[in-house]
Design a protein around this ligand. Structure first.
Ligand SMILES: Nc1ncnc2c1ncn2[C@@H]1O[C@H](COP(=O)(O)OP(=O)(O)O)[C@@H](O)[C@H]1O
Ligand SMILES: Cc1ncc(COP(=O)(O)O)c(C=O)c1O
Length: 412
C-alpha cells in the first residue's frame, strides 16, 4: 500500500466535538483526514470523556466566546490559510452562530480567488424525527446555509432546513430543489435514506446545482449493516473532504467558484458522485470489519452470565460493553480508507422508485437487542439512538434512559 498523500496539499479547519475515548466528532474526522494527507486544525466544540451513545459521560461544552477566542488566536498569527472548513456538532444556537462567523470570515478572506475555500457543513440537529439540539438551533442553521458550499443533512435535517416534509422520493427531490434554489447551496448530500422496498439497503442522495440552481440528483445504494455505529456521520464527512478534493482536482475545477461542474455534466458523473462512491466504499469495509470484531467480542457475553452480568447494575454494564464493542475500528483499517472498494456506483435518480414512498421515522422494522420493536415504544423516548433502521438495531432501548435521565437528547 502506498503511503503517498491522496490529495493535493489541503489545509482543513475542523470544528466538531472531541472525545477522550473512542472515535466520533473531530477524534474521528481528524484521524481520517490526516491519514489521507490533509493538514488538520481541530477546534473542539465539546470535550467529553466518551460519546453520548454510552448514555453517561463527563466533560464540558465550549462557549461561543471560547470558540471565537481560539479562532482569533489563529488569526493573529496568520494561521488561517484553510482550503476547507468542515463543521459538525455545536452544542447551542450561540456556538452554531460562532461557527457561522468563523465561516464567513474565512470566506471573505478568500473571496478574491475562486475555489480557494470550500465549506462543508454537517447541520447536526437530530435524526429519525427527533431533535437532539434545542429548537432555537434550527433557524440559526437555516441562516448559515447561504454561505455553505456542501451540506450533509440526514433526512430529518433536510426536512427541517427545507421546511418540506419528506415522505417520498418526489418530496425528497422537492426538498433538495428547495435547498438549492432558496438558499443557493451548490452541493447537497442527504445521508441514510431508507427505501421501504429495499429494507437491507441504505441510500444516499446527492446533487450539485446547475447554474440556474436546478438539481442534478444521483443516488447510491449500499448494503445496510445490522448494527448501530457512532461517528459514522463524522467519518462520512471527513472522507468526503478528501474524496471531493481529489475528484475536483481531477476535473480541474479547483479554481471554479464552489467547485461546481459545467451544466452539461450528468448527475452520475459529477465529482460529488465520484467522491461519494469512494466514501461509501471505504465506509462499508470499515463498518463491516467493525461489526465482525464487535460480534466476536460480544460472543464472550453470551451463555451463562459472567461476573459482570451478575452485578446489580448488569443491564447498564451490558449496555456499556455493547456500546464500547461497536466503536468504529478505524485505526485498524487505514488501508481501507486509502484504497476503497468501488462496488457501489452512483446512478441517475428515479423519483418513482419504490412506489415513491419513504418511511419517515425508522424504516424497516427490525428485532432489537432488547427484544422490543415497533413505533409505540419509540414514543416518549426523547432522543437516544432509535431502533428502526438496520443501523439502529443495537442501540434502541425503548425505555427511558436509566443511566442519566437528564439526557433527553442523543448529544447533550
Ligand atoms: N449500519 C450501517 N450500515 C451501513 N452503512 C452505515 C451504517 N451506519 C452508518 N452507515 C454509513 O454512514 C453514513 C453516515 O450515516 P449517519 O451516521 O446516519 O449520518 P448522519 O450522522 O448524517 O445521520 C451513511 O451514509 C452510511 O454510508
Ligand atoms: C459528542 C458526539 N459527537 C459526535 C458524535 C457522532 O455522531 P454521528 O454518529 O452522527 O457521526 C456523537 C455520537 O454519539 C457524539 O456523542
Amino acid at each position: 500500500m502506498s503511503l503517498d498523500p491522496v490529495v493535493p496539499e489541503t489545509c482543513v479547519l475542523a470544528i466538531a466535538s472531541h472525545v477522550v475515548y473512542g472515535y466520533v466528532g473531530n477524534t474521528m474526522a481528524a484521524l481520517v483526514m490526516q491519514t489521507l494527507g490533509c493538514d488538520v486544525a481541530a477546534l473542539n466544540t465539546v470535550q467529553y470523556s466518551n460519546h453520548t451513545g454510552y448514555r453517561q459521560w463527563k466533560g464540558t461544552k465550549a462557549s461561543s466566546k471560547e470558540m471565537q477566542d481560539l479562532y482569533t488566536g489563529l488569526k493573529q498569527s496568520y494561521l488561517t490559510n484553510f482550503d476547507v472548513l468542515l463543521t459538525g456538532y455545536a452544542p447551542s444556537a450561540e456556538t452554531v452562530d460562532a461557527v457561522g462567523s468563523i465561516a464567513r470570515d474565512l470566506k471573505l478572506k478568500s473571496s478574491m480567488k475562486a475555489g480557494s475555500f470550500f465549506w462543508i457543513l454537517d447541520p447536526v440537529m437530530g435524526d429519525q424525527g427527533k431533535l437532539y439540539v434545542s429548537e432555537d438551533v434550527v433557524p440559526v442553521y437555516r441562516n448559515l446555509l447561504r454561505d455553505a458550499d456542501l451540506i450533509l443533512p440526514n433526512q430529518f435535517e433536510a426536512e427541517l432546513l427545507s421546511e418540506t416534509k419528506i415522505t417520498s422520493l418526489s418530496s425528497l427531490k422537492e426538498a433538495i430543489t428547495q435547498l438549492h434554489k432558496t438558499h443557493r447551496i451548490p452541493h447537497i448530500i442527504v445521508t441514510s435514506i431508507n427505501l421501504p422496498d429495499k429494507p437491507s439497503t441504505m441510500s444516499i442522495i446527492g446533487s450539485t446545482a446547475r447554474s440556474d440552481f436546478s438539481p442534478r440528483i444521483f443516488k447510491i445504494d449500499v448494503p445496510a449493516i445490522d448494527c448501530f455505529f457512532s461517528g459514522t456521520g463524522d467519518m462520512f464527512a471527513a472522507l468526503t473532504v478528501v474524496r471531493l478534493r481529489e475528484a475536483v482536482t481531477h476535473a480541474d475545477l479547483n479554481n471554479t467558484k464552489s467547485w461546481v461542474s459545467p451544466n452539461d455534466v450528468k448527475a452520475e458523473d459529477l465529482p460529488l458522485a465520484k467522491a461519494a462512491e469512494k466514501v461509501l466504499g471505504s465506509m462499508h469495509t470499515v463498518l463491516s470489519k467493525t461489526k465482525e470484531a464487535r460480534d466476536k467480542e460480544l460472543e464472550g457475553m453470551a451463555g451463562p452470565l459472567g461476573v459482570m452480568e451478575k452485578e446489580k447494575d448488569s443491564e447498564k454494564r451490558t449496555w456499556l460493553r455493547k456500546t464500547k464493542a461497536a466503536e468504529v475500528k478505524v485505526v485498524r483499517c487505514l488501508g481501507d480508507l486509502r484504497e476503497p472498494r468501488l462496488d457501489w456506483k452512483a446512478e441517475a435518480f428515479d423519483e418513482n422508485e419504490g412506489g415513491g414512498a419513504i418511511e419517515h421515522v425508522g424504516g424497516p422494522k427490525v428485532e432489537r437487542a432488547d427484544g422490543a420493536n415497533g413505533a409505540g415504544e419509540r414514543e416518549g423516548l426523547g432522543m437516544q439512538h432509535l431502533a428502526g433502521t438496520g443501523k439502529r438495531l443495537e442501540n434502541g432501548h425503548g425505555k427511558k434512559d436509566s443511566v442519566d435521565s437528564t439526557l433527553p437528547h442523543r448529544r447533550a
